[in-house]
Design a binder for this molecule. Structure first.
Ligand SMILES: *Cc1c(COP(=O)(O)O)cnc(C)c1O
Length: 478
């Protein structure tokens, strides 16, 4: 029995609520605030309403229900205790306009989180303000710009970005007013050093680089890359969305990165995938600390305060940033401790390599060397079958598809990131399903072209869905 749309269940006079008796004087709204026509809302019972929303929630794929190897997104399990902590009244029943002295506990938590993140990535100072990875990038690039401007170094107009980069890197550089220069990758998936050397000059503002990169590979010449950029007076921005491979093992600050963003909603186990909220704090070395977006939290004796860094680029988010994410991240870091964080990264790398080797026999790995937290295979295993067919068929086997067609430098890319929270059994089952799909690709490719078969809707016209989305159900009149 399929669930009809809620508008189709509407029956005049039915309600899902009851209001208490009026205990204040009645008040007539002025004429101009009154609706001319009643709103076109379905009239349903509480049970129908509950079914409507519960059914909607189950149409979604979630890490709480299925394996979710969506590369670059780090869809790890989010411990439920975080949700309890994130709803503790002591933390959340406050007003953002309250004075600092009345919210010392919240400020202490932010202050300590700044210290933990600085320690994990090897930086001097942290701003928790940015609300997403992309906004962290934007803030970080503005910080680089402010630094050069402060030195009167205004001819630096170029931002260098490898061709394997996430699309947000060039987008934020352009928004910050830079011209983007794309760098090719070499045969082992690193930045091509010779091209980097040629591109670096007195007009270079900096380099934005992801390490491990979006192929899941650790940049083998990272020291030389950073030195080359620094030698020409540029700064190095680290896209830290892939920090899940590095915790407790390598600190970007120690490698010489000048600024880096963290994706709390990836590495630090806060829920994402439903469109938000996110959190993308940035960390910086000593020379960029005065330019951080603010306010940041400082400690003076026993008191915590909001402080604007001396030459701050300003506020980049209203109030304090997404505080609920700070609570979850703080809990995650405290629960795991230093050893636990290291183990987390080690297991993320182990799981990815386990899959790389097992799956690579059927789905060739694009750059087949030791990977970090993810790897990129190719989906065109049989003539006429494409990455999208494999991905869609996985839905029929109750598995979220991997990231497809990214990074752009690998044709037919399937980017797979299992994360550390999956068991060996789940990984083995995934390999089994993927091998089964490979057999289907040989014996019955039509089955793959028509997939998914188990969902309410099969293939969308994805361009149309993105450009002209229909976000409202408009019921028929009468
Ligand atoms: C997710 C991601 C980003 C952007 O982060 P958002 O929080 O989605 O804005 C940037 N770079 C890489 C490599 C990513 O995986």
């Amino acid at each position: 029995m399929s669930q009809p749309l809620i508008f189709e269940l509407s029956s005049p006079g039915r309600t899902a609520f009851s209001l208490p008796e009026l205990d204040v004087p009645e008040f007539e709204l002025p004429e101009q605030f009154l609706r001319k026509e009643p709103p076109n809302l379905p009239e349903v019972s509480e049970l129908q309403l509950v079914r409507h929303y519960t059914n909607l929630s189950q149409k979604n794929y979630a890490i709480d229900t299925v394996f979710y190897p969506l590369g670059s997104c780090t869809m790890k399990y989010n411990p439920k205790v975080h949700e309890t902590i994130a709803t503790m009244g002591q933390f959340i029943n406050i007003h953002p306009f309250q004075s600092a002295d009345s919210v010392q506990g919240n400020l202490q938590l932010m202050y300590e989180l700044q210290i933990y993140l600085a320690e994990i990535a090897g930086f001097n100072a942290i701003s928790l303000q940015p609300a997403a990875g992309a906004q962290g990038e934007f803030a970080g690039v503005l910080v680089i710009r402010a630094y050069h401007d402060d030195n009167g170094d205004t001819k630096r107009t170029k931002m260098l970005i490898p061709d394997s980069a996430h699309g947000t890197n060039p987008a934020t550089s352009v928004m910050a007013g830079y011209d983007v220069v794309e760098l090719p990758s070499d045969a082992r998936g690193n930045v091509d050093l010779e091209s980097l050397k040629k591109a670096c000059d007195e007009t270079t503002a900096g380099l934005m680089i992801t390490n491990p990169n979006t192929l899941g590979l650790f940049e083998e010449h990272i020291d030389a890359v950073i030195k080359t950029v620094h030698d020409c007076g540029g700064l190095v921005y680290g896209d830290g969305a892939n920090l899940n491979a590095l915790m407790g093992i390598v600190r970007p600050g120690d490698l010489g990165f000048d600024v880096l963003h963290f994706n709390l909603h990836k590495t630090f186990s806060t829920p994402h995938g439903g469109g938000g909220p996110g959190s993308g704090p940035i960390g910086v070395g000593e020379r960029l600390a005065p330019f951080l977006p603010g306010p940041i939290v400082t400690k003076d004796g026993e008191n915590y305060n909001f402080t604007m860094p001396e030459k701050s680029i300003g506020a980049i988010k209203d109030f304090w940033g997404n505080f609920g994410m700070f609570l979850r991240t703080y809990a995650y870091i405290r629960m795991l401790g230093a050893d636990g964080l290291r183990k987390t990264s080690e297991n993320a790398v182990l799981n990815a390599n386990y899959l790389r080797v097992k799956l690579g026999k059927t789905y060739p790995v694009a750059y087949d060397r030791l990977c970090m937290h993810e790897f990129v295979s190719r989906g065109n295993i049989v003539e006429g079958v494409h990455a999208v067919d494999i991905a869609k068929r996985l839905i029929d086997y109750d598995c979220h598809p991997p990231t497809m067609y990214f990074p752009l430098i690998v044709s037919e890319a399937l980017m797979i990131e299992p994360t550390e929270t999956e068991s060996m059994k789940t990984l083995d089952e995934f390999v089994e399903v993927m091998e089964k799909i490979a057999q289907e690709a040989e014996s019955n490719p039509e089955l793959l072209h028509g997939a998914p078969h188990v969902t309410d809707h099969s293939r969308f016209d994805e361009v149309h869905a993105a450009r002209k989305p229909k976000l409202r159900y408009i019921p028929k009149k009468g």
